[in-house]
Design a protein. Sequence first.
Length: 412
Amino acid sequence: MSKKVIYTDDFIREFPKSDLHLHLDGSLRLSTLIDLAKQGGISLPSYTEEGLKELVFKEHYSDLGEYLHGFMYTCEILRNPEFLEQCAYELAIDNQNEGVRYIEVRFAPQLLMDGESITMEVVLDAVNNGLKKAQKEFNNRPEVMNKEEPGFHYGIIACAMRMFGKSSFSPYYTKFFSMHRFSTPMEVIKLGALELAKSVIAIRDDMGIPIVSFDLAGQEAGYPPSDFKEAYDYIHKNFMHKTVHAGEAYGAESIFQSITELHADRLGHGYFLFDTDKICDTEIVDKDRYVNDLSSYIADKRITIEVCLTSNMQTNPELTDITQHSFKKMLDRRVAATFCTDNRLISNTTVSKEWRLALDNFDFNNKTLKDYIAYGFKKNFYPGSYVEKREYARDVMRYYDKIAKKYGVDKI
């Protein structure tokens, strides 16, 4: 029996999945984006799904800059607490409908603030309310209440931005920049990250919102992780998990700094981990040894990489064959990884599509498949105690065994 027959679409849809790298502002329903733009009087280049797919949310992009263009529209729409709550709710529902049982929704709260009434608390509360509503509805289903299936859970990840300027499309960042006229641009950017770090720790503790991790997003080249050490030190000292966009548009040095200076528990993308051409440090003489030692260290410490196959194909035009993706080397070297969507709207993908892409193009058997599913539940930042997380992961994997047996995958 061929692999394509064994790993059917029904099997992929039914087995329990996670998404640990999921940008809220890149994952709106296209129909909702249009409806909310009309309600809010927000200008779009087209008010039809076909038009937006042609002009903004494409199948293929020329580079990362074009890929990120759509965020200008989504962030403007989300700068409304009611709209924000609705989109968070719909995102959870969309995941539930394809068998995803755990998500970590990330976004930059400062991008969605207006510098006045829409504060950090308002933004985070709105997102949490939408996710919590969807969670409650799902977990009240009889099959979940009766412990026949695992429940649905979520966490929130707050992203600091590597770069913003005086004329940012974020009103908050524009005002923040204008209030620090005598600081250099990089000093202002680092201060913005530190302010976010202090804010999310306080809001987590005071409001009980499940903010589970801190992230660093945006243009990677030219903005090394080490620039944001102060913000991450504050997060680290307050017992919050850390992830970093690293190795998406830069190489092994960025990944090394993320681990050693920012205390990263996970890495977003990690695509260029093995690319020696991306290493710029002239003191690194043996580049092959450097990436081999680094990847071995990551594997040994179980630092998990959030792999986004479709997104990497779209932002790296030189990657024309998915079988050449660096995940193949991650798999060969037993690096812990989990498949993620990055942006469901902008990449026109789902968790099921990412798994379909992986299973069709890389060498999985039941053991490796089960391991990589498990990473999404064992290496997540579950908003509860370690004991609760372990119990939930066991429940999920028992359910996976049931689905694998149903489809005969357990015999592979």
